[in-house]
Design a protein around this ligand. Structure first.
Ligand code: FAD
Length: 470
């Protein structure tokens, strides 16, 4: 069977590439191992985690009402974990059902099978679904490789116990354990740790580096670290390595090695969230000209072309940042390239968001990158304590900062910590992409009183005209 355009993997990269290629008039087939389209993002990533984080945020807000506004509800919240799980699963079903319809409407064929390359233009299909052709092989002119990533689980943690979970296991929300250890203080660990802590677990976070969210701007991390420490009642262990993990009865015993924490402790469950690895193994890439780099990512150029002229790569398998919107955009580029358009992707402002409470978001150049590049930047910071809206909401620990080119006044980067930072960063992405100068932002009228004003106010700091308090 010949399929002109094949997309291997039906996550946010793969389905976007497939739909856009179909919109370009191409004949497209998705090969996806799972029964539903959606990939990590919809089935076990972005969407289920955000559904659960919504519950966590509302619980936090009710606690805040009680502590700070004199509004009380009777007793502690009662959590029906089955109902929370069912609601999260319903959200996933709604979205995956929508994807199936979008595929149908565009006449994109979906084969449910595990694909691997026999050569540069042939995929072998494994599985028993009726959509698999009898020959169990398809040939193609172009293949978009979009196999994504899976949680990294080093052998030391992989002890075959369902008490030791990866992010997929944690999102299943089997129960609310009394005690949970989160290994890894990156965004997935902190998001899931926050969910479990707000649902009632006593959460401990252990991180090898000296701060949470290693690599992120310390100014942004600071307010979040404070909140996480409060949520975990002081059980955040930095500079600490987990030496061993073993199941002991109905507990998991973990040893810690660090200057401040040494010895062992038992937990009801452990979440391992130490990163993700791209899916390249078992794909038969050695039968193609595709090159995989030392970090396991498929090498590709700015048009998503790999070293094999028939194969493009997008999404998590094609390199950092491993984010759904990056995958989707690369999918768009790949589709247009296959349709013959001269398209490249200049990754100047891919936003990153940590959906904790408070949220952290950044886009474009960071201070750390500026330092590494030896590039002079003006850093303009507006503390949310000076924002009327932040005061009204009681979220004054946030801040908004711009990184500005001192010679051209162009905005190069933006960082925000505070409630809704993930929504607010979109304005910064547009400004950076459009090559805006600071006055373009300060002279655009922002609605009052909103947190979006802090973007304008941080710009005003550049000219020394920021008003302190409204
Ligand atoms: P994936 O979504 O991983 O999809 C790959 C697909 O390929 C899968 O469906 C898989 O079954 C299929 N596949 C693999 N191998 C084969 C094969 N041989 N044959 C057939 N099919 C195959 N990103 C954000 O931007 N925002 C967030 O808030 C966010 N939250 C996250 C929370 C969690 C807990 C996790 C784990 C991830 C989160 N991410 C988030 C990351 C995001 O999910 C990924 O960046 C995104 O899903 C990558 O898309 P992709 O299309 O490259 O791959």
């Amino acid at each position: 069977m010949h399929c002109p355009v094949v997309v291997l993997g039906g996550g946010p990269g793969g389905y976007a590439a497939a739909f856009l290629a179909a919109d370009e008039g191409l004949d497209v087939t998705i090969v996806e191992a799972e029964p539903r389209l959606g990939g990590t993002c919809l089935l076990r990533g972005c969407i289920p985690s955000k559904a659960l984080l919504h519950v966590a945020k509302v619980i936090h807000e009710v606690d805040d009402l009680r502590e700070n506004w004199g509004v009380t509800y009777d007793g502690a919240p009662k959590i029906d974990v089955d109902k929370v799980r069912a609601r999260k699963d319903q959200v996933i079903s709604n979205l995956t059902g929508g994807l199936a319809n979008l595929a149908k409407r565009r006449k994109v064929k979906v084969i449910q099978a595990r694909g691997s390359f026999v050569d540069s233009t042939t995929l072998a299909l494994e599985g028993d679904h009726e959509s698999i052709p009898e020959s169990r092989r398809i040939t193609f002119d172009h293949c978009v490789l979009a196999t994504g990533s899976v949680p990294a689980m080093p052998p030391v943690f992989d002890i075959g116990s369902d008490r030791v979970m990866d992010s997929t296991g944690a999102l299943k929300l089997v129960d609310i354990p009394e005690t949970l250890l989160v290994i890894g203080g990156g965004y997935i660990g902190l998001e899931m740790g926050s969910v479990y802590a707000q649902l009632g677990s006593k959460v401990t976070v252990v991180e090898l580096a000296e701060s949470l969210l290693p690599g992120a701007d310390p100014d942004l991390v600071k307010p979040l670290a404070k909140r996480i420490d409060k949520l975990c009642e002081g059980r955040v262990r930095l500079n600490t390595k987990v030496g061993s993990v073993a199941e002991v009865g109905d507990k998991v015993e973990v040893t810690f090695e660090g200057p401040a924490h040494f010895g062992h402790e038992q937990f009801d469950r452990v979440l391992v969230s130490i990163g993700r690895r791209p899916v390249t193994r078992g794909l038969g890439l050695e039968n193609t000209k595709v090159v995989v780099n030392a970090r396991g990512f498929v090498e590709c150029d700015a048009s998503q072309r790999t070293a094999d002229p028939h194969i493009l790569a997008i999404g998590d398998v094609a390199g950092d940042p491993m984010l759904a919107h990056k995958a989707t955009h690369e999918g768009r580029v790949a589709a247009e390239v296959i349709a013959g358009k001269p398209v490249t992707f200049d990754k100047v402002a891919i936003p990153a968001v940590v959906f904790t409470d408070p949220e952290i978001a950044w886009a474009g150049l960071t201070e750390l990158e500026a330092k590494q590049q030896g590039r002079a930047v003006d850093v303009e910071v507006y503390p949310w304590a000076a924002s009327g809206r932040a005061q009204a909401l009681g979220i004054t620990d946030g801040l908004t900062k711009w990184l500005v080119d001192p010679e051209t006044n162009r905005v190069l980067g933006c960082g925000i910590v505070g409630s809704g930072a993930g929504e607010l960063i979109a304005e910064a992405v547009l400004a950076i992409e459009m090559g805006c100068e600071v006055h373009d932002i300060t002279e655009s009228v922002h609605p009052h009183p909103t947190l979006s004003e802090t973007l304008m106010n941080a710009g005003e700091v550049h000219f020394g005209t920021a008003t302190e308090i409204y």
